[in-house]
Design a protein around this ligand. Structure first.
Ligand SMILES: Cc1cc2nc3c(=O)[nH]c(=O)nc-3n(C[C@H](O)[C@H](O)[C@H](O)COP(=O)(O)O)c2cc1C
Length: 485
């Protein structure tokens, strides 16, 4: 089916938020795009999601998509190594991918590109609407292969936040031309006497496809928390590199920007103030479409966005619990019920995420959002997505994560204080979407996130805890009259 070309002058008013890991699944993105809005999949840890699905019997037939993937050698490798037609036996642990290194193996890159390709292709099925990919700039090791796989599948939009996606904007252009490209790594070199001047993560499209094709770059929407950051990107990047903005405020689900004041109360809750409020006029003056995110998931939110000159709103939390999202049905129904009865609450936790960013946590039973459950988990780091780079005495580059076993983290040169209160988001977020790792008789617990709009959840009810992506869209579009900002 021919795809609708990206047209900055005719963008829909709803941009579905990218939600990792696999919460904004291909199925959710497809439902939203089928309704004429923008559907977005998450690139975060998508390689682990795909290899776990293959081990669970490939419920969505990714093998059929892989059959069309241009790098057939890696497609076959994925199926040979991970596909299990019977699914896993009870209590059988998942086989893991090798951890993606800072000096990466080409094989890890090819696996990630192929996995991302399948997610985009599934999201595109049955409609001609717009599909985007969401990536986190902080996770430098994954961005380039993930983007490349998405571009091979003709992704329409790349939304990149959680960091300053300056180099990523340039990288999109390089990848489209088939050129090798790099992202600078933030590396702790304090243990090394003679560190290099810079460290980079390198990716060459020719390692995936030789010769690499020439492609149209996708539209690029940086996700920023302030008009200042938008202006910096606007000034430093050529005009044609950015097609729109997502302005994300602290009520959003997932990770939030740290407060400008850098102040936290005694529970670790960030204290936001007036300075954290973006100036929409300044964003508007940059002359590009923009979407407001973070607590705008309501008809009133949409009307406010339109009244300040935004194209619309980016909505995550409401979609995260829709039938089509990546959470297993019975678990999201329990969450919807708990939110309606008040059993599930939301707090902004300044400590729990290894990234150091505040993270919204749902206090659902039997999850790491409950302090006793958190205390009981034995630390293990076997996925490594949130590791940060350090160089050892010999000048070799490795990764460490403040949620890994404390002794390991300290042995790798990390500060013991950094480890306090951190949870393994990698394992927890995979558990959220039905891919919990099995460890002897234990299973990894979940940790849900969601924004403040879930507190007065307008959809579903305690008796009927269910709604669809179409219900979210119908609700958001209830009021069309603009209201004053
Ligand atoms: C479950 C969940 C996971 C999220 N994960 C990500 C993510 O991986 N990357 C990202 O940029 N934003 C993430 N977000 C933020 C959304 O993309 C979106 O900006 C936000 O949800 C909009 O505000 P709202 O929560 O008030 O709807 C997440 C939000 C939720 C609810």
């Amino acid at each position: 089916m021919p795809r609708t070309p990206f047209n900055p002058d005719a963008l829909p008013s709803i941009l579905q938020g990218g939600m990792g890991v696999a919460v904004s699944s291909w199925e959710l993105a497809r439902a939203v795009a089928s309704a004429g809005e923008i559907g977005v999949i998450s690139g975060t840890a998508i390689d682990s999601v795909v290899v776990r699905e293959l081990q669970d019997g490939d419920p969505y037939n990714r093998r059929a998509v892989l059959a069309d993937y241009p790098d057939q050698e890696i497609a076959e490798h994925l199926i040979d190594r991970y596909y299990n037609p019977e699914g896993r036996a009870e209590n059988q642990p998942y086989k893991l991918l090798p951890i993606h290194r800072f000096n990466p193996s080409v094989k890890s890159q090819r696996v990630l590109a192929a996995a991302t390709y399948t997610e985009i292709r599934l999201a595109q099925q049955g409609h001609t609407g717009l599909i985007g990919i969401n990536l986190m700039a902080k996770l430098k090791r994954y961005t380039l292969p993930c983007l490349y796989g998405a571009m091979l599948a003709d992704v329409d939009i790349a939304c990149i936040g959680a960091g300053i996606p300056m180099e990523e904007a340039r990288a999109i252009r390089a990848l489209a031309k088939g050129e090798a490209t790099s992202l600078r790594l933030d590396v702790d070199t304090s243990q090394c006497d003679e560190p290099a001047d810079t460290y980079t993560y390198d990716f060459d499209p020719a390692d995936v496809l030789s010769p690499p094709p020439q492609m149209e770059p996708p539209a690029f929407f940086p996700i920023v928390s302030s008009d200042t950051l938008a202006r910096i990107l606007h000034l430093k990047l050529p005009e044609e590199f950015v097609q729109g903005w997502v302005i994300e405020e602290p009520l959003a689900g997932g990770h939030n920007a740290p407060p400008r004041s850098k102040e936290y109360d005694e529970d670790g809750t960030p204290i936001y103030g007036e300075r954290d409020k973006p100036n929409y006029d300044r964003v508007k003056k940059l002359g590009k479409p923009f979407y407001l995110a973070g607590g705008y998931g309501s008809p009133e939110g949409l009307a406010i966005a339109e009244s300040v000159g935004a194209t619309g709103i980016q909505v995550g939390s409401l979609f995260s619990l829709a039938d089509e999202s990546g959470y297993p049905k019975h678990e999201k129904h329990a969450l919807i019920r708990g939110l309606h009865t008040g059993e599930v609450r939301i707090r902004t936790d300044g400590m729990v995420s290894p990234t150091g960013f505040p993270f919204k946590v749902l206090t659902a039973p039997q999850t790491l959002g409950i302090p006793e459950q958190y205390q009981q988990r034995e630390r293990i780091c076997d996925l490594g997505y949130l590791r940060t780079a350090y160089v050892d005495k010999k000048g070799r580059i490795f990764g460490r994560c403040p949620a890994e076993p404390v002794d390991d983290y300290v042995r790798k040169g990390g500060d013991v204080e950094d480890t306090e209160g951190r949870a393994c988001l990698c394992n927890a977020l995979l558990a959220n979407v039905g891919h919990a790792q099995q460890r002897d008789d234990e299973v990894e617990l979940r940790l849900y996130t969601g924004g403040d709009t879930l507190l007065n959840l307008p959809l579903g009810s305690a008796d009927d805890p269910q709604y669809t992506a179409d219900d979210v869209l119908a609700y958001l579009k209830k009021i069309t009259e603009p209201v004053p900002a």
